[in-house]
Design a protein around this ligand. Structure first.
Ligand code: ATP
Ligand code: MG
Length: 798
């Protein structure tokens, strides 16, 4: 049925109810019947409840244009809430393309927070603030809470202030001021939570400050207690529109309900299957009770998906069907069949990144059976942000332009920069910039004054800051707690630096002449550089700093730190790693050209791309173990909704992958393919043959891949994958492989063999020790390298 046939049916049904909408206007031109209804039924509450890619956001845009075109409101009288600032900008751009009057600006189009900051500046005095209030970041917020916790004589080892911060955030998400916290929560934070919450709010007022949660909470309070102000805005915002309504929390919901309370011209669009912010207090129930809150609400359901091919849609629908707690919707599309969803297993995350890099290259060139794609048509969506590192490294190495959406790139993240600053100082204590970065991170009680003292002493004595700090402490210039902490840091740095080498070895003059290098020799260090990195992060208090942090970002930051330490396994020492990072970061040119997008599944909500890669579909990673541990079945269902969001971002090609092994702290761990893979419908999935497994493709060559084969074949994940291939009638491996080559433990090279190393080039094997191979490289001299990173010369992987 074409949308015009439907249109006739619709017109027949609702002609009597209201004037017939027409598609003669630009902004209504291509809408199907229910979409047209959503865009033109302007009076009263309206809910669009529909699955992914059915045009909900498009309806909102058309509706705004229609309001303007019909002169129902001026552009500054429309309140439109989007989920991100980026989405707000896109919406503005799209409305402005239509020939409608936006001369007063679409200034009330933005996120809840952005809109509330503007409102609160106008009415700050109603909650005892001045209009120039500051917005505290989570660090400041924590510092403040710590002071209160200390003053209340609470043991913050048992009851960390971070925990209190989390509890208060949660109350704010639920729009609970201290006097409204329910009795059931009275026991929170050792029975002191509510009292401290009240003190915290008082303290914020004294400082003329708010935290993020306050932006909404204060506005809700103002609207609840000042009916004149509320009525003013109820009149002003003639039309209210909300995208991604399924992810609103209670405070946002109350705020909306208050504002729409007058004319009730509120239009919310959402999809219960895409509610993915439960962990931040979002309540999918908000969308489900819309009709109760706004009696007489008109509900539009959209079923035609315009975004994805039938295969992609079928895959997404089948996965989400696994959730019990949902309304249940069926989507259809009249698009051409296109490619099946592609599924591929890899040896490990690095291999996965490499393969995806090659796929993207091939897609660009149009040699992948699909039309040639531009880089900006391709996205990689990951479950956890630490997964990005492998892709970023790979893409930087092969010069594939990419951008990270919704967050900094891996090596630019705060915790990674902090950790790297420690490593830099361990390797070179003269690195003053690194010292400045970490001297008071984590907090050591070294404020501006102490830091200035260090600077002055260093300058006057012509020494590095570390040395200046040592002099300052020894001469009693920095005393007390700060002085003690500083001494610990300096001692730590000296100790870690000495751990980069083993004991000094006396050598006789002959050998010095022989190898022509420094006369000072050291034995092998006691700890590997991986262990050392972990020791530095732990002993400096940096790991603990994030472990004690109870904000939602903290676990992600700890995972990023783990990933950083994992990554060291690819290098011989800290120095080599630091060089690598400065080189890859240098490779990056800020070109304006098209780039592949890398982002988390959470950040991808509402977006669409012709080609989407969904890597890391392994149980524990996705669905995330943490989410399942913390929230059980509810957590699993939220993860499944994330899977649905991920698949439905794809228009033409969707590639799901998993690795049979991931490295955690330098240790290989087998992983099972995600249970969501089992939920993909067979008829709509094509299992790809990893090049390394069947002898196809260049990448298959080399010891690395031989090991990959062995590992994959022995991982439980692979066995399931094999079983699935059987189901699909795919080819089985040509020969049975019973030998297990554990290349992580023993090198399989022979003395004298010619080899190739990605970084050092060609060389000959001169020694073998466990999994370490000593190679005399043609250009780079003699080095010991991990065997995994060597290929037999004939098998050069490029
Ligand atoms: P999500 O749930 O992912 O946010 P959505 O329901 O908001 O999706 P949109 O992003 O508005 O969907 O639309 C999906 C795609 O379909 C867009 O590219 C949009 O331009 C297109 N589209 C929507 N409606 C129509 C239509 N009637 N005719 C042609 N294309 C359409
Ligand atoms: Mg949308």
């Amino acid at each position: 049925m074409s949308s015009y046939d439907e249109m006739d049916a619709f017109e027949g049904a609702s002609l009597s109810a209201r004037a017939m909408p027409t598609r003669s206007k630009d902004h209504l031109e291509w809408l199907n019947s229910p979409q047209l209804e959503a865009a033109t039924r302007l009076d009263g509450p309206l809910l669009v409840l529909a699955g992914a890619g059915t045009g909900k956001t498009r309806c909102l845009i058309s509706r705004i244009a229609e309001i303007l075109d019909e002169k129902r409101a001026r552009s500054d009288e429309i309140l439109a809430v989007t989920f991100t600032n980026k989405a707000a900008k896109e919406m503005k751009d799209r409305v402005q393309k239509y020939p409608v009057n936006v001369s007063r600006g679409l200034q009330w189009m933005g996120t809840f927070h952005a809109i509330c900051v503007k409102l609160l500046r106008r009415h700050a005095e109603l909650v005892d603030l001045k209009s120039n209030f500051t917005i505290l970041d989570s660090d400041d917020q924590l510092r403040l809470l710590k002071q209160l916790v200390q003053a209340a004589n609470i043991d913050d080892k048992r009851w960390p202030a971070r925990m209190l911060a989390g509890i208060i955030d949660d109350w704010k998400n639920r729009a609970l001021t201290p006097d409204k916290v329910p009795a059931a929560d009275a026991g929170a934070y050792n029975n002191k939570g509510v009292e401290l919450y009240a003190q915290y709010q008082t303290r914020l007022r004294e400082l003329n400050a708010v935290d993020f949660g306050d932006l909404l909470l204060h506005m809700v309070t103002i609207f609840q207690t000042h009916s004149d102000v509320l009525e003013q805005y109820q009149r002003w915002f003639r039309y209210i529109l909300v995208d991604e309504y399924q992810d609103t929390n209670v405070a946002q919901y109350l705020w909306l309900r208050l504002l729409a309370g007058g004319h009730k011209n509120i239009c919310c669009v959402g999809d219960d299957d895409q509610s993915i912010y439960g962990w931040r207090g979002a309540e999918v129930g908000n969308i489900l009770r819309f009709e109760k809150d706004f009696p007489g609400a008109f509900v539009v359901r959209l079923e035609q998906n315009y975004r994805s091919t039938p295969h992609i849609l079928a895959a997404a629908s089948n996965v989400i069907r696994g959730n019990e707690d949902r309304l249940g919707k069926e989507l259809w599309t009249d698009r051409e069949d296109g490619e099946k969803v592609r599924l591929i297993g890899h040896w490990d995350g690095e291999e996965e990144a490499r393969w995806i890099g090659e796929e993207i290259d091939a897609m660009q060139g149009g040699t992948r059976g699909v039309r040639p794609m531009n880089l900006d048509e391709i996205a990689i969506l990951v479950r956890a942000s630490h997964q990005m590192r492998a892709f970023e490294d790979r893409f930087l190495t092969i010069g594939l332009p990419y951008k990270v959406i919704g967050g900094p790139r891996f090596y630019e993240r705060m915790e990674i920069r902090d950790a790297m600053a420690y490593f830099r100082l361990v390797v070179s204590p003269e690195d003053d910039l690194a010292f400045e970065r970490i001297v008071n991170t984590p907090k050591r009680g070294l404020g501006d004054k102490a830091q200035q003292t260090i600077q002055v002493v260093a300058r006057e004595n012509g020494v590095s800051l570390v040395e200046g700090a040592r002099l300052a402490v020894e001469n009693g210039l920095i005393k007390g707690k700060g002085g003690k902490a500083l001494r610990e840091l300096i001692d730590g740095l000296a100790r870690w630096n000495s751990m980069t080498r083993g004991p000094r070895i006396e050598v006789d003059d002959d050998s010095v002449i022989d190898d022509g290098v420094s006369p000072i020799r050291y034995g092998a260090p006691e700890h590997t550089h991986i262990e050392l990195a972990q020791i530095v992060l732990d002993e400096s208090g940096y790991t603990g700093h994030w472990q004690n942090d109870k904000t939602p970002e903290a676990p992600g930051r700890l995972e990023n730190l783990k990933e950083l330490v994992n990554q060291l396994d690819n290098f011989e020492n800290l120095q080599g790693f630091l060089e690598h990072v400065s080189l890859v970061m240098d490779n990056e040119q800020d070109s304006d050209g098209a780039k592949v997008s890398i982002m988390t599944l959470h950040a991808a909500k509402g977006l669409e791309f012709p080609a989407v890669f969904l890597p890391g579909w392994e149980d524990g990673l996705f669905p995330s173990q943490r989410s399942m541990d913390e929230s059980g079945l509810k957590g699993l269902e939220e993860e499944r909704r994330l899977a649905y969001v991920g698949i439905t971002r794809a228009e033409e090609v969707c590639t799901i992958s998993f690795a049979a092994n991931r490295r955690v702290f330098g240790q290989w761990q087998n992983s099972m393919p995600s249970r969501f893979i089992d939920e993909l419908p067979e008829d709509h999935v094509e299992v790809l043959t990893p090049p390394g497994l069947y002898g196809g493709g260049q990448v298959s060559a080399g010891i690395e891949t031989r090991a990959a084969e062995a590992n994959v074949y022995n991982s439980p994940g692979w066995k399931r994958m094999q079983a699935r291939q059987g189901q699909y009638g795919m080819s089985q491996p040509k020969e049975s492989r019973n030998t297990v080559i554990d290349a992580t433990a023993v090198a399989s090279f022979t003395l004298g063999e010619r080899v190739f190393h990605q970084k050092f080039g060609y060389g000959g094997v001169v020694g073998i020790e466990g999994d370490k191979v000593e190679v005399e490289f043609d250009k780079a001299g003699t080095k010991k390298v991990v065997s995994r990173f060597l290929s037999a010369k004939d098998d050069v992987p490029f």
